[in-house]
Design a protein around this ligand. Structure first.
Ligand code: NAP
Length: 293
């Protein structure tokens, strides 16, 4: 069995936000990131310019031949085709960073004798600069066999991450929780900011005003957990305020009423679990909310 270790040379195919951020974090942690290739050569050149000693390749095959370990950090849909487009060799390894894709997309490499893994950062990446800053403290969902188990675990630790191992059957639910937080939370923030134009304030002003609340709510949840971090008029059982919200939304922003109602209903069991709301009052609130849904 090939041993992968900190001096194994690493290459990236896919020079976007995740590949760019991870490569810089690995380089800073002492891992040799020596090669990159991407769909657009200019992206590979920008990537390589951040890392001393990293060569931008035009050919995926030449990149693959030049390193021991390859990260495929393309869009999810391209992973399988990119993997199948190159010849792998025994003793080599390949991993993707997708939370949704299974290891099946790397099967072509495995059939050629390479090891495969998944190394998914449970984090939102929009730029390399922010991505590098956000990696410390990020959880990495890892799928790997014995060949890559210790290597990927140590890699996550070396860049300040928190490694967790996932079984293939855990992957979709794990990814859903990440999408609810990283993606759908930003949709919720967009909806919250979109209420501001209803009282003649811009959406931009709204999101700037609401972001500190979002940050404080995140800190509160991290510090106090579920359900203690749950707060607001619902756990308080403020029926008067709740009725006013439902009326105002019906009148001024009916497009957001179903979402508001679903979230309010989803929150009631946590408020009861917290001990803040009596089950009878939770039932009463649920009936009222459902009547507006
Ligand atoms: N963004 C996130 O928040 C996030 C979080 C966790 C995991 N991930 C995962 O990380 C992976 C990369 O996501 P990303 O956000 O970094 O995407 P991204 O910013 O869109 O970057 C993808 C990169 O791959 C290149 N590429 C696309 N198709 C290609 C192909 N067929 N062959 C070669 N290169 C190709 C792109 O093209 P160019 O060469 O034209 O630039 C781009 O540089 C995905 O598996 C994603 O699920 C993303």
């Amino acid at each position: 069995m090939t041993i992968f270790h900190k001096s194994t040379s690493i290459g990236f195919i896919g020079a976007g936000a995740v590949g760019g951020s991870l490569s810089v974090a690995l380089h800073n942690a002492g891992y040799p990131v020596l090669a990159v290739a991407s769909r657009t050569h200019a992206s590979a050149e920008t990537f390589a310019a951040r890392i001393p000693g990293c060569t931008p390749y035009r050919s995926f095959q030449k990149l693959t031949d030049s390193v021991g370990f390859v990260f495929i950090t393309t869009s999810d849909d391209a992973i399988g085709a990119v993997c199948d487009s190159v010849r792998w060799r025994e003793g080599q390894a390949v991993a993707h960073c997708s939370g949704a894709a299974s290891l099946d997309s790397l099967q072509g490499a495995v059939e050629a004798g390479a090891a495969s893994g998944a190394f998914h950062p449970l984090q939102a990446f929009s730029s390399v600069e922010e991505g590098v800053q956000n990696i410390p403290g990020t959880t990495f969902g890892i799928e790997a066999g014995p060949e890559l188990h210790d290597y990927l675990e140590q890699m996550a630790l070396d860049i300040g991450g928190n490694p967790i191992f996932l079984r293939p059957e855990d992957k979709v639910l794990y990814h859903i929780s990440g999408v609810l937080m990283g993606n759908l939370l930003s949709v919720l923030a967009s909806v919250a900011a979109s209420v501001w134009p209803k009282f003649d304030r811009s959406r931009d002003e709204g999101i700037h005003a609401l972001t500190p609340m979002m940050v404080a709510a995140a800190r509160n949840m991290d510090a106090n957990g579920v359900p203690q971090g749950v707060a607001g008029p619902y756990p308080r059982g403020d029926l008067g305020t709740i009725r006013k919200h439902l009326e105002a939304l019906s009148a001024s922003a009916p497009e957001y009423l179903p979402l508001y109602c679903e979230l309010a209903l989803a929150g009631l069991p946590f408020a009861v679990e917290k001990g803040a709301l009596k089950p009878e009052l939770a039932d009463e609130i649920a009936e009222i909310v459902k009547s507006y849904r």
